[in-house]
Write a protein of this length. Structure first.
Length: 485
């Protein structure tokens, strides 16, 4: 095979995008384990592949299961300080949970073995079968697979399990027949016996108060179709709650350092959502960007990763536009105690809009149009609300003026001339005129700000700042500080 053929094979796109996950073990007796709703906390995103080359890149960087699975006399080894029970591979947008709407009411074929070499072969063959869609006509119904260590180093039990999951309505028998053919390819082991397991709905029956294990019967159970419809609605509502909890869990961990790793996890989660889910995701990202204005760049970088999801870009831009259009109405609804926060929110929204614009998620013509609109409204608005237009306009120009100049120089200069005229208008308060003059001056200086805008610091930057402060303190003391006289 020539190098060109190898490159062509590596760049070959898969029929679907696949996501690798690790299944972590929760500490025994932990609060999450006691809560009984802990499985989604054990999942860790490892990588996503859209091509054959990306799949091999991930596989080559993951240790084979035999390297960390436990045995009769040893407990499983830790990976990066984490106790990992196994790996999963699922289509993008589907999580390795039976509560996921794509897995609920479906099922799985699973087989067990006790030999570590066999484990590695089973895992590799299964991964190849899934991404290569080689399970016959049943391939489309497969949602993912898991390779899990079920051994117990303390009790001497040894067991490893491969699971291939499929959605409701999939051709389970076809999947089984092809699975039996591919699972032992290249191995000397015999074909394992696969067992079938049905996945329940995404809602567990509620336990009756005071009776452990007793299940409450829905009032509409006698209703037949009515009861089935009620259960379906309950399943959908519970699946929605699980999805929201998962997304909030990821969002809560986002920092400038962690964003590159967490953004693909969000993409994998949101890509399987409907329009309502995308709107909710956009709303949560926008809300966080508003409340943590220093993280505007971080959240806009997250939006870059989510931009490949159809409909998400429109959802996040629409959320920004809605907030922008409501700037005066929001201010009118504020009392004297919340006015400062309301004005800050309008500026934070504009800063986020600028960061999206810098990443080509909002067209330059739209941004220049926003600037013109703000200039016009500053002249027409009631005097008590003029300030919010000027403050938002100055945020737009001070944060995005350079990028606007680079993309549309003539239109940007026209906008600066309008701002210069506003700065000479004595109808406005002195502080607002001064802010407008600062924008004009910034343009004269090549859009170099008087002082750099604050940004969140990484752990390395914080450590460097602390070390510099300690060195300065040590030097000051060595030059003749207090000597205890």
């Amino acid at each position: 095979m020539t190098l060109e053929q190898e490159d062509a094979g590596a760049s070959a796109e898969l029929n679907d995008a696949w996501v690798f996950w690790e299944n972590r073990e929760l500490p025994r007796g932990s609060a999450r384990e006691r809560a009984g709703d802990s499985y989604h906390h054990t999942l860790g995103w490892l990588g996503e592949c859209n091509t054959v080359g990306e799949m091999w890149q991930i596989m080559n960087n993951l240790p084979p299961p035999s390297k960390f699975f436990g045995g009769a006399s040893k407990r499983r080894s830790k990976l990066g300080g984490r106790s990992v029970e196994g790996f999963s591979l699922f289509r993008r947008g589907i999580r390795p949970e039976w509560e996921d709407a794509n897995n609920a009411q479906g099922g799985e074929w699973h087989a067990k073995c006790t030999d570590l070499e066999t484990v590695d072969g089973w895992w590799l063959n299964t991964v190849m079968a899934l991404v290569g869609e080689t399970l016959g006509e049943g391939s489309e119904g497969v949602t993912g697979a898991r390779m899990v260590d079920k051994s117990d180093g303390k009790q001497g039990h040894v067991g490893y399990r491969i699971e291939v999951w499929y959605r409701s309505g999939a051709e389970a028998n076809t999947i089984h027949d092809h699975l039996c053919k591919i699972i032992t390819e290249g191995l000397s082991s015999e074909t394992p016996k696969f067992s079938r397991k049905h996945h329940p709905s995404s809602v567990k029956p509620a336990a009756m108060p005071g009776k452990k294990g007793a299940v409450a019967t829905p009032r509409s159970a006698e209703g037949g179709a009515e009861a089935a419809e009620a259960e379906k609605e309950a399943n959908a509502a519970e699946a929605k709650k699980v999805w929201q909890r998962q997304m909030r869990s990821i969002m809560a961990k986002i920092t400038p350092e962690k964003a590159p790793r967490l953004a693909p996890q969000l993409a994998a989660l949101i890509s399987g959502a409907d329009q309502e889910g995308q709107v909710m995701a956009a709303d949560l990202i926008h809300k966080n960007a508003m409340h943590e204005a220093l993280f505007a760049e971080t959240y806009s970088n997250v939006c870059i990763a989510l931009n490949k999801i159809e409909g998400f870009r429109a959802a996040i831009v629409d959320r920004c536009k809605t907030k922008f259009s409501a700037r005066v109405d929001d201010l009118k609804a504020c009392d004297m105690y919340s006015e400062v926060s309301c004005r800050k929110g309008a500026r934070s929204n504009m800063r986020f809009i600028v960061e999206l614009f810098k990443r080509d998620l909002i067209p330059v013509d739209d941004v220049i149009g926003i600037g013109r609109l703000l200039c016009d409204h500053a002249l027409k608005e009631e005097k008590q609300y003029v300030g919010v237009h000027i403050e938002v306009l100055c945020e737009l120009m001070s944060s995005g003026g350079l990028t606007m100049q680079q993309k549309k120089a003539a239109e940007t200069d026209q906008l600066v001339n309008k701002i210069k005229e506003l700065s000479l208008n004595k109808v406005f308060e002195v502080r607002h005129r001064f802010s407008l003059e600062a924008v004009v001056e910034q343009r004269r200086n090549g859009w170099k700000p008087r002082r750099e805008k604050e940004k969140p610091m990484t752990q390395e930057e914080l450590a460097a700042e602390k070390a510099a402060a300690q060195r300065a303190a040590a030097q000051s003391q060595s030059r003749g500080g207090y000597r205890g006289r």
